[in-house]
Design a protein around this ligand. Structure first.
Ligand SMILES: Nc1ncnc2c1ncn2[C@@H]1O[C@H](COP(=O)(O)OP(=O)(O)OP(=O)(O)O)[C@@H](O)[C@H]1O
Length: 259
């Protein structure tokens, strides 16, 4: 029996700006179940990041209700219910890779031996074992982003929120990291919310794809993936994959994303 981890009920969010109100989200209803890999796709400015930040209680909705792990989003944030990965790795250049990954654990007061054990475990999960003593600038962009994913996994939250984590990387590195992330999801069965601009990335990774319309962001379609959990990269050439990508494109068209 799958448990709802995130429930969004009629979420509205309007930012008050010097140029007037900006209506970013409108009536967003969504349930994310335990172990789902949910991607959010839509045109630039449609509110994908805003919605992810609302789950994380980094933004407060102006209407509707959000629950995370059965609590308010704010309570869940304080209970450290999620790890958050940003588009840029955001590693401190004066700390080693292990030092960066262990920083949140230090802040949370984990013991030295517990920190070491956790850092070793997540470095292994993202295939960075042996690089702990390096500084961020000694690693490639893809490795830095893996370190940032490891940092978000270190305190073992059940939910991982990822805002275009691979958007700035070239396609070859991105393919590699997509495979690695899927493997990590299969191993840990964390619940993942993932923002992307890429249709193939959304189809390759997700169990469900949430298609959003231009501002004010609404959900136009929720597509359930029919792909198996085991997904070699060449699954992207199969008719089933192509049909799902077509469905996403249709959803975007329906929301007038191409107008
Ligand atoms: N703090 C803020 N104050 C005012 N307006 C904001 C704020 N954050 C976001 N917005 C506006 O809300 C809308 C949605 O932004 P958001 O970043 O969520 O879109 P997005 O779909 O993630 O875009 P992109 O794909 O380009 O990252 C945009 O028009 C943006 O300018």
């Amino acid at each position: 029996m799958t448990e709802p981890v995130v429930t969004a009920d009629k979420i509205d969010l309007t930012f008050q700006t010097a140029d007037g109100p900006v209506h970013a989200l409108k009536g967003v209803n969504l349930t994310i179940n335990q172990g789902d890999f949910v991607s959010f796709i839509g045109p630039s400015g449609c509110g994908k990041t805003t919605f992810l930040r609302t789950i994380a209680a980094l933004e407060t909705p102006t209407g509707g209700t959000m629950t995370v792990n059965g609590m308010s989003a704010d309570e869940a944030r304080r209970a450290r219910a999620y790890g958050y990965v940003f588009q840029a790795p955001g590693l401190y250049p004066w700390r080693t890779i292990s030092g960066n990954i262990s920083l949140p654990l230090e802040i949370m007061g984990f013991s030295k031996s517990d920190r070491k054990q956790r850092v070793d475990r997540v470095m292994d999960l993202v295939e960075l074992s042996g690089f702990g003593g390096k500084f961020p600038w000694q690693l490639s962009g893809g490795m830095q982003q893996r370190a940032s994913i490891a940092r978000s996994l270190a305190f073992d939250a059940d939910i991982l929120l990822m805002d275009e984590p691979f958007g700035a990387l070239d396609e070859i590195v991105r393919d590699r990291l997509n495979e690695a992330l899927l493997e990590l999801w299969r191993k840990t069965r964390k619940t993942i919310g993932f923002v992307t601009h890429s249709i193939p990335e959304a189809v390759y990774l997700s169990t469900r794809i949430v298609v959003m319309s231009p501002r004010p962001g609404r959900i136009t379609r929720i597509i359930e993936s029919t792909l198996p959990d085991e997904r070699p990269l060449d699954i992207r050439d199969t008719p089933e994959f192509i049909a799902l990508a077509h469905e996403v494109r249709e959803g975007l068209r329906e929301g007038h994303s191409y107008d």
